[in-house]
Design a protein around this ligand. Sequence first.
Ligand SMILES: *[C@@H]1O[C@H](CO)[C@@H](O)[C@H](O)[C@H]1NC(C)=O
Ligand SMILES: *[C@@H]1O[C@H](CO)[C@@H](O)[C@H](O)[C@H]1NC(C)=O
Ligand SMILES: *[C@@H]1O[C@H](CO)[C@@H](O)[C@H](O)[C@H]1NC(C)=O
Ligand SMILES: *[C@@H]1O[C@H](CO)[C@@H](O)[C@H](O)[C@H]1NC(C)=O
Length: 428
Amino acid sequence: MQCSWKAVILLALASIAIQYTAIRTLTSKPFQLCPLPSPQNCGLGGQETEPPFERGTAGGGGCDDYPYFSINATRKTHILVLATTRSGSSFVGQLLNQHQEVFYLFEPLYHVQTTLIPRLSHSRNAADRRVMLGASRDLLRSLYGCDLYFLESYIKPTPTNHTTDKLFRRGASRALCQQPVCDAFGPADVNVEEGDCVKKCATLNMTLATEACREKRHVAIKIVRVPEIGDLRALVEDPRLNIKVIQLVRDPRGILSSRIETFRDTYRLWRIWRATGRRPYNLDLSQLTVVCQDFLSSVSTGLTHPYWLKGKYMLVRYEDLAKNPLLKTKEIYDFLGLPMDKNVEDWIHANTRGSNEPSAKHKFGTVRDSAANAESWRLKLSFDMVEYTQTVCQKVLHQLGYKAVKSVEELKNMSLSLVQDKTFVPFL
Ligand SMILES: *[C@@H]1O[C@H](CO)[C@@H](O)[C@H](O)[C@H]1NC(C)=O
Ligand SMILES: *[C@@H]1O[C@H](CO)[C@@H](O)[C@H](O)[C@H]1NC(C)=O
Ligand SMILES: *[C@@H]1O[C@H](CO)[C@@H](O)[C@H](O)[C@H]1NC(C)=O
Ligand SMILES: *[C@@H]1O[C@H](CO)[C@@H](O)[C@H](O)[C@H]1NC(C)=O
């Protein structure tokens, strides 16, 4: 009989899920017990295109938790900005954050890293990496389901009564600085500064934050702590999610230059190199090579169009965005399948080149003369640093269309752009 057949399968699924939940609860003690599965919430029907045997693999499927996903949830878009530090990701984050229908979070994985591997900010240790990635995927899944309580396990000190004032970069998330989450600003305050939000909004009530998330049509999360797209495969393939990955890349020479300015402690030896013209013997080269390796693996994966990324991956060069923010942002929204709203457009006008408003704040490197800014590293790095970067990052520079320079004159001559025209058509 059809019906009992289905019942048997559902029972089997449920028991697998309960076991998985039990194992997870044992192995990851601080986490809450996941609610019992309910079959109608598993997005089994949905508009899935993946073959059924792909489900439930690699930590993907199974009806283990996430009670907030309904059949409708497949229509919710789960946007992931995959980036690295100083690649212009705050700017891209803002392009999503400004949208009325988007709930945006700025790098929640910060909390995972500081809890799991506190002292190793760029651990290459394979075991650490696996732990970090597994935990990151679990957290991202929960957050896409608007389960913000899940994040509390990682926040130090542990939130009491579901409130905290330690959420990393809370002020970068518009929804967390607005009513009903924060009463300090009214509807007229359209552009609340991050610092003002943190100062004026009281402690963050995670229950209210959760509600704010559920009220938005879409969830966008920016991360800089996952090395490459392949690490996210289980998430991308998860049938309960509707993930769209925007991978942001930037010329590694620009990233290096920007990091030298920003991370004054960790990039101290690079500054010494720049100032003295001599490369310190104990320079941590991995600070540069890791960026290039990660880009290379990601981009190589993305551009070979594996079926699991179909319709779910878009590669964006920061320089293209800086050169033509409005056009590029429209392309991003087209890829996401969302209409771009007026808020986003207004924000671009106010924060990029073309803004005549003297009060426009220079919060983003991209602000104002964004196109020139994207290549300003050329005036800051020395030729031998550039040459060195070109050697270790040769392949990825070529793949992404960044031109190598052969002389100081070429490097400093800003009338020739080092960004070659190159179109990365999203794989649809
Ligand atoms: C699904 O979404 C549609 C439109 O957004 C809504 O009218 C409908 O009630 C939803 N169905 C469920 C089961 O939530
Ligand atoms: C948490 O809430 C309970 C009950 O409302 C209260 O007694 C307790 O003091 C609160 N804890 C903190 C740390 O605010
Ligand atoms: C947080 O918000 C919820 C929902 O409004 C409320 O019930 C709860 O009391 C608030 N928590 C605190 C500690 O104020
Ligand atoms: C800079 O490049 C342009 C275009 O190739 C060239 O015409 C110009 O002479 C160069 N300027 C200098 C100072 O080398």
